[in-house]
Design a protein around this ligand. Structure first.
Ligand code: COA
Length: 333
């Protein structure tokens, strides 16, 4: 969908937060039957960050990311109209955890809601926020993508556990008089028939057909890794190609492709197929693993703080995850 509305949107500030505890591949070698070589070869991951349950949580990461993004934007939390928080691991159903996070930064009357779209969450949130600001009804919206997957990871499941880490990222989106600025194309799509490929059973009766005979743990993520892999490899490429086609932009016009960090092999396969240069596809999965809704925010913050995102640049955001969901968002910065 392309945009025709009266107002533009600018990314006024960006921030991220990762936990202090580092879990390396060598640590996994002591926990399960695996090797550093296998993990690096299959996923590109060397280490991930996980919360210290005594002092850190999805809440502290989201709060710290929001505070940093507000500081970066020079905007007070009291000036926000809305806070959208994308997460699968907040642990809160009531109130919206976005309310607690915003209050953790300072007093505000912002509207708050949570959004669950698995790893696609932050890009869904950006798309929604852009549309709301362009409508003229909202001026300043914070979008947070954050997950502490360590809380729902079965560390005895060697195939799944090695992939995941904890992290959060936030962006402050504000109204801009230049209507050309902001999200110029967006998609939020899915294949709902494959919802069971990546799921979190919270009750015995939620266990799906393919998983019935497996030794599973309630409250821990379950995934058909190979099938998710096959889907993701082609979907990544197709979503980028479609975004370029619909906007009439070429790869050369794009300054950065900000991709969900699911697996380095998945990102590299799309990169090779489309012929994208290394400097336009920032990969940090080697340091943080797959942090679900947090990953895009951390990648973007690294690029932003390094001065690699400039006014007038075109940036493509692409994410996919459980649902199956996927989303794209093309921005003129
Ligand atoms: N260490 C060593 N061996 C392992 C292992 C580990 N941590 N995990 C699995 N294996 C073994 C398997 O038991 C299997 O052995 P077998 O051939 O004797 O049966 C073999 O390695 C291959 O397993 P497989 O599951 O086919 O591996 P894979 O190449 O598909 O890689 C993933 C596994 C999870 C890395 C890969 O499927 C993947 O990245 N999928 C996408 C996941 C994803 O992106 N999810 C998030 C979406 S947002």
């Amino acid at each position: 969908m392309t945009s025709t509305m009266a107002y533009g949107v600018q990314i006024a500030g960006v921030g991220s937060a990762v936990p202090s505890k580092v879990l390396t591949n060598a640590d996994f070698e002591k926990m399960v039957d695996t090797s550093d070589e296998w993990i690096v070869q299959r996923s590109g991951i060397h280490q991930r960050r996980i919360c210290d349950p005594e002092t850190e949580s999805e809440y502290t990461l989201a709060r710290d990311a929001l505070k940093r993004a507000l500081d970066d934007a020079g905007i007070d939390v009291g000036e926000l109209d809305l806070v959208i928080h994308a997460s699968t691991t907040s642990g809160f159903l009531c109130p919206p955890s976005a309310a607690r996070i915003a209050a953790g930064v300072g007093p505000t009357n912002a509207g708050t809601f949570d959004l669950i779209a698995a790893c696609s969450g932050l890009v869904y949130g950006m798309n929604i926020a852009d549309t709301l600001i362009r409508s003229g009804r909202y001026r300043n919206i914070a979008v947070i993508g954050c997950d502490a997957l360590s809380t729902i990871t079965d560390y005895e499941d060697r195939t799944l556990s090695i992939l995941f880490g904890d992290a959060g990222g936030a962006m402050i989106l504000t109204r801009d008089d230049d209507s050309e600025r902001g999200c110029i194309y967006q998609t939020m799509e899915g294949d709902c028939s494959r919802w069971d490929l990546l799921y979190l059973p919270t009750r015995e009766q939620d266990v799906v057909e393919w998983d019935k005979d497996n030794p599973i743990k309630i409250g821990k993520l379950r995934m058909r890794g190979q099938e998710v892999f096959k889907f993701a490899v082609t979907k990544f490429r197709d979503v980028i190609q479609e975004a370029l086609k619909q906007t009439g932009l070429s790869q050369e016009d794009i300054s950065q492709f900000v991709c969900h960090q699911s697996n380095a092999r998945i990102i590299n396969a799309a990169k090779q197929k489309l012929g994208l240069p290394d400097e336009k596809v920032h990969i940090n999965i080697q340091n943080f693993g797959n942090s679900s809704a947090g990953s895009i925010g951390v990648v973007f913050d690294e690029l932003w703080q390094a001065g690699k995102i400039n006014r007038g640049d075109y940036v493509v955001f692409v994410a996919f995850g459980g649902g199956l969901t996927w989303a794209s968002s093309v921005w003129k910065i």
